[in-house]
Ligand binder design. Structure first.
Ligand SMILES: C[S@@+](CC[C@H](N)C(=O)[O-])C[C@H]1O[C@@H](n2cnc3c(N)ncnc32)[C@H](O)[C@@H]1O
Length: 252
């Protein structure tokens, strides 16, 4: 299993997923002009911002639940913004679109949902096929300082505007031999002191390391244009917990 993102997850995903990457990806898309494609588009949190900025934005996702949430969010936008958005069910590994894009992005570290190194290669080759000449592939990844066998619980809590709260508890297990981290999460929607609904969400991620990704990019025909350590333009430094790659196909 890679990511499930089944029923319920889409309801609370953005609540716990505060990100400061919107300006970065909008700037990237504006810089390259043309159409943008977001892989793992989720609830269209970012794609909507691209479209609001005037970019024709396409989104691909493996989860129909996330796409349904995206369509709901898109329906609240003005008609011009809606017209610039196109959501498609598909997998980064083997999707086919009759379009070429100036920027393809895989934000929120979601490339790590592709678990099998052969599929990671296939995805990079497939992405390349969908890039316009002079197109860029931009993505980010979490990094861990030391990959070791580990098990850990965590709990987070968010208050909703109506006074209810959502408690997210989770358990993750790291298996260093396979570079995999499995995550189980439960969302408890608590209304008047009682659990009104509980959603489960499970996913596995592949824990990349910088050298491995650089090699994978090189092998699949990409050159690295920039490596940032955050979404604010600071260069990546060894030991950073995040890396943002700006890449493009190598010149033939
Ligand atoms: C962490 S969420 C990110 C959502 C959105 N990009 C954002 O930044 O708010 C990851 C999304 O990637 C999708 N996903 C996972 N594996 C995928 C794959 N191989 N191809 C396309 N989408 C995938 C999941 O269904 C989920 O919606």
């Amino acid at each position: 299993m890679g990511a499930s993102y089944q029923e319920g997850a889409e309801r609370f995903y953005d609540l716990f997923g505060e990100k400061d990457d919107v300006e970065f990806y909008v700037d990237q898309a504006m810089k390259y002009g043309g159409k943008a494609l977001e892989l793992g588009v989720g609830t269209a949190r970012l794609a909507i911002q691209l479209a609001r900025a005037g970019v024709e934005a396409w989104g691909i996702d493996t989860s129909q639940h996330m796409l349904d949430a995206a369509e709901k969010n898109i329906a609240e936008e003005d008609p011009e913004t809606q017209e610039r958005l196109h959501m498609v069910l598909g997998n980064a590994v083997d999707f086919r679109l009759p379009e070429k894009f100036s920027m393809i992005c895989f934000p929120s570290c979601s490339f790590d949902h592709i678990l099998d190194p052969m599929d990671q290669r296939a995805a990079l080759l497939n992405i390349k096929k969908h890039l316009a000449p002079e197109g860029y592939y931009v993505f980010d990844l979490y990094l861990v300082k030391e990959l070791k066998a580990d098990k850990e619980w965590f709990v987070q809590r968010k208050e909703l505007e109506d006074g209810a709260k959502v408690i997210r508890s989770g358990y993750h297990v790291t298996k260093p031999e396979q570079r995999l981290m499995s995550l189980d999460m439960w969302y408890d929607h608590v209304v008047d002191g009682r659990v009104a609904k509980r959603f489960y969400e499970g996913s596995d991620v592949y824990v990349h390391d910088v050298e491995g990704v650089r090699a994978l990019l090189d092998e699949t025909g990409y050159m690295i244009v920039e490596e940032y350590g955050d979404h604010h333009g600071n260069p990546y430094e060894e030991g950073d917990g995040l890396i943002v790659f700006v890449t493009r196909p190598k010149k033939q």
